[in-house]
Design a protein around this ligand. Structure first.
Ligand code: ADP
Length: 254
């Protein structure tokens, strides 16, 4: 049953930058099928947690376990290959490539070949190219995205975000990390995104996200973890944590 098997376990995680304890002893779990959310005031350490999980930073101390394996300190492309994919706060698409091409780029493992080079010039087998294309089309279809031949730069912001999510999902990751997916979206786009995330949840995907938009969060999250000054100060359902006095105090102090 979804929601029972632990997929990700973060154990007493620390990440210090010189004297700055960006993450200072954080533990939490994400079970298969969860849509977990990390919330907290600016500077509380959320992005740093995501950066450690995806291998951009090595933890100062503590461990990250994923699917029964200690992945602490592994390189980003290795972690990606093991089944964790992410999007970033700022859109990182190739503006001159189409939506479909951007997703195809995501199909090829990073760290082996240059990104754009992969798509445009490497002599890969015809069959592999066809598989990549089919997978990319399937993923975009799953997300309800139709303007697949439009250049990324000509798509509205909300649609670009969906393409990024598709690019992260094209390799069928077991865990999807989304860094502020609703940032910069208008109300309509945010509503569509929350429907999309909800549908992914229904399909059984496991997602961990950072998000500031509380109406979005309360619509999609099955589990919330609240950070303040590098530590976890609350956990539970979104409604529970938003009623928690320590959480209210942390936000008012921001
Ligand atoms: P959040 O995502 O919750 O806004 P961050 O994880 O971005 O918080 O930042 C937490 C703290 O760590 C902040 O004080 C930030 O300035 C610091 N920090 C983050 N990344 C670095 C870095 N690469 N070097 C130094 N300090 C950093």
């Amino acid at each position: 049953t979804p929601g029972e098997q632990v997929l990700l376990e973060v154990k007493d995680l620390h990440k210090h930058f010189g004297g700055v304890k960006a993450v200072n002893g954080v533990s939490f779990t994400v079970r298969k099928g969860d849509v977990a959310v990390l919330i907290g005031p600016n500077g509380s350490g959320k992005t740093t947690v995501l950066n450690v999980l995806s291998g951009i930073y090595e933890p100062t101390a503590g461990e990250v376990w994923f699917d029964g394996r200690n992945i602490s300190g592994l390189k980003p492309h290795v972690i990606n290959r093991l089944g964790i994919a992410r999007t970033f706060q700022n859109i990182r698409l190739f503006p001159e490539l189409t939506a479909l091409e951007n997703v195809i780029v995501g199909y090829y493992p990073k760290g082996t070949v240059g990104l754009a080079g992969t798509l445009l010039s490497t002599p890969r087998g015809y069959l592999e190219e066809r598989i990549a294309r089919e997978r990319a089309e399937e993923t975009l279809r799953l997300l309800g995205f139709t303007r697949i031949h439009e250049k990324a730069k000509n798509l509205p912001y909300g649609q670009q975000r969906i393409v990024e999510i598709a690019r992260a999902m094209v390799c069928e990751p077991q865990l999807l990390l989304l860094d502020e997916p609703a940032a910069g979206m208008n109300t309509e786009e945010t509503k569509e995104l929350s429907h999309l995330v909800y549908r992914l949840h229904e399909l059984g995907f496991t997602i961990l996200l950072i998000e500031h938009d509380m109406s979005f969060v309360s619509q999609v999250a099955t589990q919330a973890y609240v950070m303040d000054f590098g530590s976890k100060i609350a956990e539970g359902s979104v409604d529970e944590v938003l009623r928690n006095p320590a959480v209210i105090k942390a936000y008012l102090g921001d």
